[in-house]
Design a protein around this ligand. Structure first.
Ligand code: 2AM
Length: 550
């Protein structure tokens, strides 16, 4: 439409895939041949440089819209979550605004800071069964469980086991067993399990306290844009307590828009000036935001504690009930981030920040809070769904597989090995099954040691190679062992073998890929280009598969 502009903020997931909620758009753009010549657009891509397919989705959407005739009003921005995605976005959006104003003849000096995306209604007369209590979509879906279960309708699975896998050391890695009997969930080894955790009730209470908000207030946020397809940012009506518990991540550092709002309320001029500074786009401001918020890992609670004059607990008396500074801030906080429902990798996050605070990821905290209960025999229900992965065993168990999965990268391969064991048990022919695992110390984090060695002894694993990186003076990593077994690995690849990598993307996956290319060159007598093509061919035939993260 003339005079309108669509801004696409597009994230890339996994191996250059769309996120769940962009799948439909992706299919439509890919297959459709619509005429988009009346569309004005720009794209901001969100990704992480440590992944091979950096911002592949954002780039695809940008290119495809242009091919379908749409007009790119401003160049694509790209955010790198490995560096500072917030800063990338601020820099891009600051250049975007004047360009848009110029194009559409808008006065760029207009102050838009008070335009609110959502209108707030406080309800005083709703019966409890009409109020959401954490369900992602359908009211009552937790109390009244009905299949099919998926990310919009999680299954409440009883937790059977939660136990620590590390035998020593400071770090932790948990084994969790869930009962999915009767759920009709369809799960194949290699798939991801999504857990929908909730925030620590004590942290939620603390936010309420510091903002001076009654957390049991029932409210709704409704989009002020009549054309918006999404009427509410999360299921409403609900309480502040539920919204803070389920619909926002309060363990992450707050974004600049929340801090900007906070600056409005700070009564100490020094706090105000500081907040304005760190939310500005000056180099110094960006630097301070990075240091003080990101690197110190300050959550909203930490910010409010460290700048006490910005706490709104004693907010001005009077005013409409839905518009105390604390509530306004809360609404902003609640609309800044979509609740994160994409399955994450199974790494626990629990550390002490530079300011001496203990920070825990939402899921880590959730599991730790429930561990004791499960061990005491209480029934704890975990809201879960399954996300299918492209990491798959070959259809025929007779094909060889080579799995490289140090650390928590072992997870899908434990499932693979169990599947192969079952195949063997049922009399099927089993191809070579080789696992490269890596950890720091044999005595601490060699997880599933007895189980893996059992599989080696009974012949399910034809090879089990473990790299202990810190048990001797020099580092030994999976890729070193892979190189040492170069000839044998090459032989398996040539026998229609499958090669898998799972785990850290930043260093491990890249280094393993390097080692693989080298062993192909050496043993296949190829130059580096031919080796790359060999791997590309494997990839095309789904015989080289990765599931990596950073
Ligand atoms: P490190 O911590 O001693 O460096 C699981 O996390 C294992 O992966 C650890 O033993 C870790 O070793 C190791 N690791 C670290 N960087 C790696 C890399 N680039 N390639 C392979 N393994 C790596």
């Amino acid at each position: 439409m003339e005079g309108s502009l669509a801004v696409f903020c597009v994230a890339t997931y996994g191996e250059g895939d769309p996120t769940d909620n962009a799948q439909e758009l992706y299919d439509w753009l890919k297959n459709g041949d619509v005429d988009l010549s009346s569309l004005n657009y720009t794209v901001f891509a969100l990704g992480n440089k440590t992944y091979e397919h950096y911002n592949a989705m954002g780039r695809f959407v940008d290119q495809r819209l242009e091919e379908l005739g749409a007009t790119r009003v401003f160049q694509r921005g790209e955010g790198d979550d490995d560096a500072n995605i917030e800063e990338d976005f601020v820099t891009w959006s600051e250049a975007l605004w004047p360009a848009v104003c110029q194009r559409f003849g808008v006065d760029s000096a207009l102050d838009t800071s008070n335009v609110r995306e959502y209108a707030i209604t406080v309800h005083s007369d709703l019966s409890p069964e009409r109020v959401f209590t954490g369900e992602p979509l359908r009211l009552g879906s937790f109390a009244n469980q009905k299949p099919p279960f998926n990310s919009k309708n999680p299954f409440l699975a009883p937790i059977r086991v939660i136990r620590e896998l590390h035998k020593g050391g400071e770090r932790s890695c948990m084994h969790v067993e869930l009962d999915i009997a009767g759920s009709r969930l369809n799960y194949v080894a290699g798939d991801h399990l999504a857990l929908f955790p909730s925030n620590d009730p004590r942290l939620v209470d603390r936010v309420g306290e510091l903002l001076g908000v009654d957390l049991d207030t029932v409210f709704s946020l409704t989009s002020t844009d009549e054309a918006a397809t999404k009427k509410t940012p999360f299921p409403c009506p609900t309480t502040y307590r539920t919204a803070l518990s389920y619909y926002v991540d309060i363990t992450s550092p707050p974004r600049t828009n929340v801090l900007k709002e906070l600056a409005e309320y700070a009564t100490d001029p020094k706090d105000k000036e500081f907040l304005l500074k760190i939310t500005s786009s000056s180099d110094d401001g960006k630097h301070q935001y990075r240091e003080w918020v990101l690197e110190d890992r300050r959550t909203l609670v930490a910010v409010l504690e460290d700048l006490p004059s910005s706490q709104t607990s004693s907010g001005p008396p009077g005013g409409a009930p839905a518009s105390t500074p604390g509530q306004i801030l809360l609404h902003l906080l609640l609309t800044q981030d979509e609740p994160d429902v994409s399955p994450r990798h199974a790494v626990l996050i629990d550390y002490t920040t530079r300011t001496g605070r203990r920070n825990m990821g939402v899921a880590t905290g959730w599991l730790k809070r429930h561990q004791q209960k499960v061990q005491n025999g209480e029934v704890v229900l975990a809201p879960i769904s399954i996300r299918h992965s492209s990491l798959r065993l070959p259809y025929h168990s007779s094909k060889p597989v080579i799995m490289v999965g140090p650390g928590t990268g072992l997870a899908p391969f434990r499932g693979f090995i169990q599947d192969r064991a079952a195949a063997k048990q049922s009399g099927k022919e089993l191809g070579e099954t080789v696992l490269f695992f890596g950890c720091r110390h044999r005595a601490e984090d060699y997880i599933y040691e007895e189980e893996l060695e059992g599989y080696r002894d009974n012949g399910v694993l034809s090879g089990l190679q473990v790299a202990f990186s810190r048990d001797q003076a020099d580092k030994v990593y999976v890729q070193h062992l892979l190189r040492e077994s170069g000839a044998a690995v090459w032989e398996l690849l040539e026998k229609q073998g499958y090669f898998y990598i799972c785990g850290d993307a930043r260093h491990m996956a890249r280094d393993v890929m390097g080692a693989l290319l080298e062993l192909i060159q050496d043993n296949g007598h190829m130059d580096s280009q031919a080796a790359s093509e060999y791997v590309k061919k494997l990839q095309k035939r789904n015989r080289f598969l990765q599931d990596v993260w950073s």
